[in-house]
Design a protein around this ligand. Structure first.
Ligand code: AMP
Length: 596
């Protein structure tokens, strides 16, 4: 195919807002094509050179493209820049400048194949002198281009191709051009795409072997599968009803979804939910995974969550997001924000795809295949058969730092649905965006030995509120965040003389710290919200038998409340009214509050 035909199709696509018309144009565009041209056109139309997960980047900055336009048209770079400044698009500038040349003989017409290969060369140029090489190649293409070709070449290179072709429209076009266009054909094509994330591969198989050839496309290690997605329901009761009375509830960890591909030789590639390769960001997971899963090749999915190295508690998601896209200072990042992968699904094991098996079986295989360690663990799960059980597990999830639960169907048909959102998975989380506006003054009743950078000191403290009616100190959180080096050095001095080997009289706690402290020192903390807890004892039984109150994501504000004695700390009753205010706020909020 001549590149001019592709550029003309783009021009048409850009000028029509009608979906049906777009579909017709795309279908006509792909119909005459065969491999290898067909995949080229599919990739180019998505503004890419290869499937997204391969992350092949052209690496041509706007300044380089400007230089190439200037050179190819013999116009000074400043003029190119000025014109682009006023019309807002270097592609349009390229069109105008090439048109003004009135080229009579531009030589051999450009073909899609030649353009594609040159673009691959441009992408492949790295290292010293690569910028010049990129500009040279682009200049050559532009020197041979018609105005329209130049416009779309430049836009492609800059990533501003605005023809609005989404992968779903391309799948439609493939179904019409190379199959009977039926819903069934479209479904099979999409299924193959969801499994392989590679439109070029799917189109090639379809053209060469028809629909049956798609069945040969299998899940393969190194090629990410499009992730299964969760639906939502407003209440746990609605979830149970949908799932026929019972379900597997899992903690919904608030982190980064990771698809881990483990090769036979122990090498690992990690992909994000959007199928970007994120292997470089998590070297510690790449190291830990082969030790955790012996039966390889394997593909598993999990949520990558920051973990406080001192307290082993789940940290807020923002801390892991800081590591995305970060390629330098990885050692620093690992120490600052250590992460743990909570594995929740298994798609391939020992080279065998297991994704079509019902979820309970996949979970069993995952549990059997995984040797959990510090960095890779199994997602917490419980099979629930009543609303009571579901509520209890949900509260436990919140108490332990998860953002809610994901309910998973136990039904026969609960195979992994690549790329699909459905009621086989239903998410439910509490809306706690309001946060806790009040700070809490907690009494230090225990300390935990630090690890890593905090080795040899206390890395976290156990805090309690005071119940004047019973003269008791009841724990409500273990706080390890918000302490700078000065505070870490200062606190043991302040606590000197209060150390105890056994739990001091009057302290109530379901947790045993490394060191007890006689209540005395008061610290100010803040947190995200109050939750019910099976281990903390603040206002125990006031909301539900056996449950105490706990502060989620506690953080030391930096303020030691020297002005307060232990009995002047926040009381259990105050904590209870904060909890009740929070519940009122949640239930009287907009209808969407309660589950997002
Ligand atoms: P959302 O991003 O709100 O649509 O919720 C679904 C996401 O929750 C998934 O894409 C995962 O990243 C995340 N997640 C956390 N824990 C789990 C779990 N146990 N099972 C499935 N997804 C989970």
């Amino acid at each position: 195919m001549r590149f001019a035909d592709l550029a003309a199709a783009y021009e048409q696509l850009e000028s029509t807002p009608k979906r049906l018309e777009m579909r017709r144009i795309l279908t006509e565009l792909v119909r005459p094509l065969r491999p290898p041209e067909l995949p080229y056109v599919l990739f180019l139309s998505q503004g890419a050179l290869r499937p997204e997960y391969e992350a092949v980047e052209l690496g041509v900055a706007a300044s380089l493209a400007r230089r190439a336009v200037a050179r190819a048209t013999g116009v000074p770079e400043t003029t190119v820049a000025q014109r682009t400044e006023s019309n807002g698009d270097l592609g349009t500038t390229a069109y105008d400048l090439v048109a003004a040349l009135h080229r009579l003989d531009a030589g051999e017409p450009l073909t899609v194949e030649a353009v594609y290969r040159t673009l691959r060369d441009i992408a492949g140029a790295t290292g010293a002198g690569s910028q010049d090489a990129k500009v040279d190649r682009l200049t050559d293409l532009l020197a041979r281009a018609s105005p329209l070709e130049a416009k779309y070449l430049v836009r492609f290179v800059l990533g501003t191709l605005r023809v609005g072709v989404r992968e779903m429209s391309l799948l439609d076009a493939l179904a019409t051009a190379f199959a009977d266009g039926s819903k069934e054909a479209r479904g099979r094509i999409e299924a193959a795409y969801n499994l392989s994330s590679d439109l070029g591969l799917v189109a090639t198989a379809l053209v060469e072997g028809g629909l049956p050839a798609l069945d040969a496309i299998r899940l393969e290690v190194g090629r990410p599968i499009r992730p299964m997605l969760a639906e939502r329901e407003p209440t746990l009761a609605a979830i149970l009803e949908r799932m026929g009375g019972s379900a597997a509830l899992e903690y919904k960890y608030d982190g980064l979804r990771v698809q881990a591909h483990l090769f036979e030789d122990g090498s690992v590639r990690l992909f994000s939910r959007r199928l970007e390769e994120i292997s470089a960001q998590f070297p510690e997971l790449r190291r830990a995974l082969p030790a955790a899963v012996g039966r390889r090749p394997a593909i598993l999915e999990g949520e990558c969550v920051p973990i406080d190295p001192e307290t082993d508690e789940i940290r807020p998601f923002q801390e892991v997001s800081r590591r995305r896209g970060r390629k330098h200072d990885l050692d620093v990042a690992q120490e600052e924000v250590p992460v743990c992968l909570f594995a929740f699904d298994l798609l391939l094991l020992g080279g065998e795809p297991v994704l079509h098996r019902p979820f309970p079986e996949r979970r069993r295989l995952l549990a059997e295949a995984l040797r959990p360690g510090e960095k890779v663990r199994l997602a917490d799960q419980r099979i629930v058969r009543s609303l009571e059980e579901a509520t209890e597990f949900f509260e436990l999830a919140l108490a332990e730092g998860a953002e809610g639960v994901v309910a998973k169907s136990l039904a026969e048909g609960s195979g992994y649905r690549a790329g699909a959102r459905g009621f086989w998975w239903i998410k439910y989380k509490r809306d706690y965006t309001a946060g806790l506006s009040d700070s809490i003054d907690g009494v230090v009743v225990g300390g935990f030995h630090g690890r890593g950078r905090r080795a040899g000191r206390f890395g976290a403290y156990l805090l309690a509120v005071y119940d004047p009616a019973r003269d008791r100190f009841e724990t409500f959180c273990k706080v390890g965040s918000g302490f700078d080096d000065a505070a870490l050095a200062e606190l043991p001095k302040r606590l000197h003389g209060r150390e105890r080997d056994a739990r001091p009289e009057g302290v109530e706690s379901g947790i045993v710290p490394d060191r007890w402290f006689e209540p005395g020192l008061v610290l100010e903390v803040r947190g995200a919200e109050l939750t019910l807890s099976p281990v903390h004892r603040a206002a125990q039984g006031a909301v539900r038998p056996g449950a105490g109150l706990a502060l989620r994501f506690p953080r030391f504000t930096g303020r030691i409340r020297d002005d307060k004695g232990p009995t002047e700390a926040t009381t259990s009753k105050e904590l209870l009214s904060m909890y009740q205010a929070q519940v009122r706020q949640a239930t009287s909020g907009p209808p969407s509050a309660g589950a997002t």
